[in-house]
Structures are given as C-alpha cells and as structure tokens.
Design a protein around this ligand. Sequence first.
Ligand code: XIL
Length: 352
Amino acid sequence: MLNPCPNFRWLVLFLTTTAAAPSLLLRQAADQAQVLVGTAVRPYLLSDAAYSATLSHEFNMVEPEDAMKWWTVRHTAGAFDFREGDQVVQFALAHRMKVRGHCLVWDHNNPDWLAQGHFTPTQLSQLLQEHIATVMKHYSGQVFAWDVVNEALDENGHVKNSPWYNQPGVGLSDKGTAYIEQAFRWAHEADPQALLFYNEAEGEGLNHKSDAIYAMLKDFKQRSVPIDGVGLQMHVSQPDLDTAPIAANIARLTALGLQVHITELDVSLPLDSSGHAQHSDLLRQAEVYRRIVRACVQNRGCTAIQTWGFTDKYSWIGSHSHGTRGAALLFDRTYKPKPAYDAMVEEISRKP
Ligand code: XIL
C-alpha cells in the first residue's frame, strides 16, 4: 500500500478513488470484518495530536495500559481516583470506540499501601470486593469487557503466590482457583452487563500453562461461574513463532462457549546500538502479526485483537528489556505504518 507522509495518510485515503487507491485503514477493515481491533493507551499522550489522530483513525477499541490498575485508581488508601481512566473513556466515546477494562485483580502494579499493608484475609476480602464493585459500577455502560483477574497462574499452571491468594489471601488460601472464582462472582454482581475475562500471559499455545487455564475455565463453565471469555496476551519475542498451537488453543477455548480476545499483542525485535531493528526482522515480524491475526479471525469466537500500544515511540518493551529490544508495534516512532500494519489489514480483510 502507499505510505504517504503519516499525517496525510487519512486525507489521501479519503480523496483517492482510483484503482490505485491505498487499501483500507485498519479501522475500516476491522469495521467491515466486524472484529474489534484495539490498542493499549496512555491518557497523558492523548494531547499529542499525532498520537490521538492515529489512535482514532486506526482502532475501534481502546484499553488503558495502566490507568485502571490499582496503582492508578487506588494510589491513595481510602480514595478512588478515576481521572486517568475517565480520560480514556471520554476519548473513546468521542470517537465511537469500545473500551476494555484492565484489570481488577493482579499481584502486580498495586500501590505500596496495599502490598505492604499487612491486612488480614477479612480486610483483604472487603477491600477487593469494594474495589471491584466501585470501579465496575463507575464504568458501568462504558467499559464493555473487563479483565477481572490477570496472570494468576505460573508457568507450570499452578496458582501463583499473591496477596489475593495466599499472602495472606482473601480467605480462600490453598483452595486453588477459588479466589479467582470469587472475584468473577463479585464482578458479575457489580455489573451484570459487562463481559468478564480471565487474562493470561504465556498460555497462548499448547503447554502446561494453557492446559491449566483450559481446565480452570472448563470447570468454571461447568459450574456456571460467570465468565465470558479469556484474554491471550501474546507478547511475542520469537520471529519464527509457530501459530498452529495458538489456533488449536483458541479452538478448544471457544468450544467451551468462551470468547477469545487477543489482548496485548506485540512482537519485539532486537535493536542495534543506535536503537534500530533490521529491515529483514521487520518483514519477519509482519509475518508473525499476519499469522496471529489469521489464527484469530478464522475462529468466530475470537472477537477482538488488541496490540499493547501502537507506536514504537511509546512501548513498555523498552523498559522491560532494558533497551535491548523494541520496534514491537504496528507504527514506527514517527507514526509511519510498518510492514506488520499492512499484514494485519490484509488478514483482517480476508476474514471469512
Ligand atoms: C505493563 C505496562 O505496559 C507498563 O506501562 C507498566 O509499567 C507495567 O505493566 N501484562 C499485563 C500488562 O497484563 O498490564 C502489563 O503492562 C504488561 C504485561
């Protein structure tokens, strides 16, 4: 496709009517295919014109990267601060985008007062139920789907140590997935309309962890625990990723009657000393994006694909990898679409 100066891409697309017209924008392709294509966002960047223009033209869904986590909403003990999350919701409303909420229960990104508070299980249980109820009611009708519980299992599929499980936990310690189930029940009470997701890392393909996720969700469905879907994070660092096991995993999860959302897709690349990725790696990255998108859109139960940020200018990969990796997203640091962008548009346009 044509890659005119990024700031004029939308204008060119709307004015060009010849056979040589550039292909659809990502958002147009997503709307036509009736699939949600979203991205994680940081509210303090919405005032950057290039950031907000790319966001609103290219995506039909957003998720706050950090703005609805405990460390933002509950920065201070005893108070709720919804300002940052509200900014994301206002932007989404103004641009007719859906909002995914992330996340209500996690052992990371919690404020110090909670992590080091030496609360009793009874106190933690009250705190968590109050948090879930207050946050979900605040965003009721605005956030259509929530990651209720994030990353509760370890790489072997065992329930992870966490303040909510057994340190000291909400009163269900050593009862396996019971605390996760409890969180879903509280979430359903708080907002019966919201779709409730379990979100997890490194359980995208077929392995011990995805087997454990599958077993837990099958048990939940059999016992009518209120859960609607599973989020597969999809932080990829292998350029030769085999996506057949991912398609198989999506198939068995959707066969349970669950929706699958790809929630945090990025494909990080090694960077040279000046911070650039090799062109050949960008092409291989595009194929990884293509195959992951294909694995999702070929299954009717896989209803959303979301990237963890959209411009290489702002991505968690930099700090996470101490600067050794990056270039993981669809647009480069100047908001120019990369080969991965074209691959994603093409695959979404081919949705059966
Ligand atoms: C990351 C954010 O991108 C960073 O800004 C923050 O400092 C730490 O958390 N899995 C998740 C996300 O579910 O919430 C994480 O987001 C990335 C890994």
